[in-house]
Design a protein around this ligand. Structure first.
Ligand code: ADP
Ligand code: MG
Length: 454
């Protein structure tokens, strides 16, 4: 779409020369000679850019600017003013004008300012759009449930998201929605516009995990060729989701505890303490109390994490939510697989109600995905629902066939491959690719950058 510009200027020669330049660039140009005409134009149209003369016959550019702000448009304004009125230009910037240019101006200089302004609006729009998409993905309504236990949970999540509680501890069996809830908390907090980083403490070595979390200085260990910021630093102002915290090696547990208590840490090999403002959401599906008994988890860390504990109930204890969620997934997959399913047999629901769902919502999702795929015609029958014998989770299912080669493999290389595979599969869309790997978009981008893929 063409860029829409409004030129507010009483001197016709300036209007004319600006119009020439803008039309050369194929902008769509409107003009206003007076403040009153400008206000009318603003009310009647949306503009990307307003070139605003300070001294108009009937009012000042500041008055127009005020009106523009009230109209709440994403228009960027550039004030054109004589040198003697620089103070007014400063006032204009305070009112939200992007920049000012002193008259008489060089056309080149003016066009440069215009480019800068338009680039900023474009970025601002992209960020807003991205945030809208993410917030939509992580709205409260993404968590389906009407059981009293879930209603209580919503209230708790809501108040935690809005509070500035620095630590949250999510507990619940696998597949109960811990990832989902962590995202909902972040994207419904006032940290939403800052990064949401996630990392799983299982499956990577202690050294790697430590440097991922806390970063490292150049030369801290053999591979540390450059200084590297860790997730805590990168997420400053935002949220770090530490999944499977129960699997964290003891040395790191101590370091995490130190961070949670002081909000400060050192990079690996560093001497300086770094202070950041990060909310840590930790999660585990393990019996942490047992891990403490067995000496695998620090009691003091549990106390520290447990400031705000959130328990996600297993699906089998959520009453008829299983039907509600199943219905949701049926609609979703019917759409995705283009199946015209319009009726569901009661026997299908009975089967879902009777089963005990050890893999919780994740398992339910997989069972429904399969049922919808299998379903012929418009009615989903009890026979389409295969529970128990079905693999517990897609994740486990996919990994079941994976054997490491006898000589081991290069984790870094594998990660590189996974990142590229995900990008390819998502057609280059980073948000979707991140989803395929169950990473937040920020974490995904962080990893891309590390592999020089950004
Ligand atoms: N209450 C819910 N309503 C809708 N979808 C859910 C709900 N809980 C979990 N899910 C979905 O189930 C899957 C597993 O959830 P996840 O958050 O990954 O579980 P966990 O991290 O506890 O193992 C995800 O696809 C998630 O979006
Ligand atoms: Mg999870």
């Amino acid at each position: 779409m063409a860029i829409r510009v409004l030129i507010v200027e009483d001197e016709s020669l300036i209007r004319w020369s600006l119009r020439q330049k803008f039309e050369e660039r194929e902008y769509q140009v409107a003009e206003a000679e007076t403040g009153e005409m400008a206000l009318q134009a603003i009310d009647a149209n949306t503009f990307d850019l307003i070139m605003l003369d300070y001294k108009l016959p009937d009012m000042t550019g500041l008055d127009v600017l005020r009106h523009l702000r009230q109209a709440d448009q994403e228009t960027v304004a550039i004030m054109m003013t004589a040198y003697s009125n620089i103070d007014d230009a400063v006032e204009a910037i305070k009112l939200g004008a992007f920049d000012y240019i002193a008259k008489p101006f060089q056309m080149d200089e003016l066009l440069l300012t215009v480019d800068k302004a338009l680039e900023t609006t474009k970025l601002r729009r992209e960020v807003r759009e991205l945030r809208r998409v993410l917030q939509h993905d992580y709205g409260f309504d993404r968590i389906i449930g009407q059981d009293p236990s879930m209603k209580q949970l919503f209230e708790l999540i809501n108040s935690v998201a809005r509070s500035n509680t620095s630590t949250v501890f999510l507990r619940g069996e696998t597949g109960t929605g811990k990832d989902l809830v962590a995202g909902v908390i972040h994207y419904n907090s006032d940290r939403a516009h800052k990064p949401f980083m996630n990392i799983t403490c299982t499956a990577i070595s202690e050294t790697l995990l430590e440097s991922e979390l806390f970063g490292h200085e150049k030369g801290a260990f053999t591979d540390a060729r450059t200084q590297k910021k860790g997730l805590l630093e990168l997420a400053d102002g935002g949220t770090v989701f530490l999944d499977e915290v129960g699997d964290m090696p003891p040395v790191l547990q101590a370091k995490l505890l130190h961070f949670l208590e002081n909000r400060r840490f050192r990079r690996v090999g560093g001497t300086q303490e770094i202070t950041v403002d990060v909310r840590v959401i930790a999660a585990t599906n393990r019996d942490i109390e047992k891990a403490i008994e067995e000496g695998r988890f620090r009691q003091d860390l549990l106390y520290r994490l447990n400031v705000v504990p959130i328990f996600l109930p297993p699906l089998r204890e959520r009453g008829d939510d299983v039907v509600l969620i199943a219905q949701h997934f049926i609609n979703q997959y019917a759409r995705e697989f283009k199946k015209p399913i319009s009726r569901i047999e009661e026997t299908a629901f009975d089967k879902l109600r009777r089963y005990n769902w050890p893999g919780n919502v994740r398992e339910l999702r997989n069972v429904i995905e399969r049922a919808v795929l299998l379903c012929r015609g418009q009615t989903l029958s009890g026979n389409d629902i295969v529970v128990g014998g079905a693999p517990q989770s897609r994740e486990q299912d996919d990994l079941a066939g994976l054997n490491l080669p006898p000589g081991g493999l290069d984790f870094h290389q594998l990660e590189n491959k996974l990142l590229r595979q995900a990008l390819a599969q998502a057609g280059g869309n980073q948000t979707r690719a991140a989803k395929l790997l169950n990473l937040s978009r920020d974490t995904f981008r962080y990893r891309l950058e590390k592999h020089g893929l950004l």
